[in-house]
Design a protein around this ligand. Structure first.
Ligand SMILES: N[C@@H](CCC(=O)N[C@@H](CS)C(=O)NCC(=O)O)C(=O)O
Length: 221
């Protein structure tokens, strides 16, 4: 049986969603974040040395990294669904977005999260200094980087209905988390109607809703 090691309120929501889109049987092992640090519990390190989620186990195989998991599930169980045919322009776009989501979109979004919450986590006496440094990092580097990415997504979503072309694919599942995080912490939907519409459409999908019910509370939907 395929098992998803699912951390609450996290990227692994995408794996549940993909499995629901493919209507595959699976079980979920739930892990809760530490309320203070937001880190995963140590038990997850028994499944994979990095202790991050998602991780899947499928028979004797253990696989981490959302993109690798989603590609493998598509390859082994999708029967050609959610992936454009080899040799098409859409297939190239699909590969690009599958890698871009975690490789390029998430790093500045993670930096935004760290720098915007850093002042509140600093000792009270240090807070004004930390606030100044964090603001400088956001104003000079992180926010301009994010704006470039958000404008890029808005423009790409003007070329076709979905990221890889006219059809919904696993690339849209991969891109969901960056867009959700960007709407939540970076104001990506303000003045960008296509990003807002993309989020509205994915959130309305029955498979997305089923995944939400199974995964538990998720702050980004
Ligand atoms: N690029 C990895 C990132 C994995 C990752 O950072 N997962 C987060 C969940 S959003 C996590 O496990 N955080 C808890 C921790 O770092 O302890 C992937 O896509 O799988």
């Amino acid at each position: 049986m395929l098992t998803v090691h699912h951390l609450n309120n996290s990227r692994s929501q995408r794996v549940l969603w993909l499995l629901e889109e493919l209507e595959l049987p699976y079980e979920i092992k739930h892990y809760q974040r530490d309320a203070k640090t937001m880190l995963a519990p140590p038990e997850l390190k028994a499944i994979h040395p990095l202790g991050k989620s998602p991780v899947i186990t499928d028979g004797a195989a253990t696989l981490a990294e959302t993109g690798a998991i989603i590609e493998t599930l598509c390859e082994n169980y999708a029967g050609g669904r959610l992936k454009p045919p080899v040799g098409t322009e859409e297939r190239l776009r699909w590969i690009y977005w599958m890698h871009y989501a975690e490789g390029s979109a998430m790093p500045p979004l993670l930096m935004k999260l760290i720098f915007s919450t850093m002042p509140d986590r600093a000792p009270a006496l240090m807070r004004p200094i930390v606030r100044g440094i964090a603001k400088q990092a956001q104003d000079s580097f992180i926010d301009p980087q994010l704006k470039t990415h958000f404008d890029y997504w808005e423009s790409e979503l003007g070329k076709s209905e979905w990221f890889a072309g006219k059809d919904f694919t696993a690339a849209d599942v991969m891109m969901s988390f960056p867009l959700e995080a960007a709407a939540d912490r970076g104001g990506a939907t303000q003045g960008r109607p296509r990003i807002a519409e993309f989020l509205k459409k994915i959130h309305a999908r029955p498979a997305y809703q089923r995944a939400l019910e199974k995964g538990g509370p998720y702050a980004y939907a």
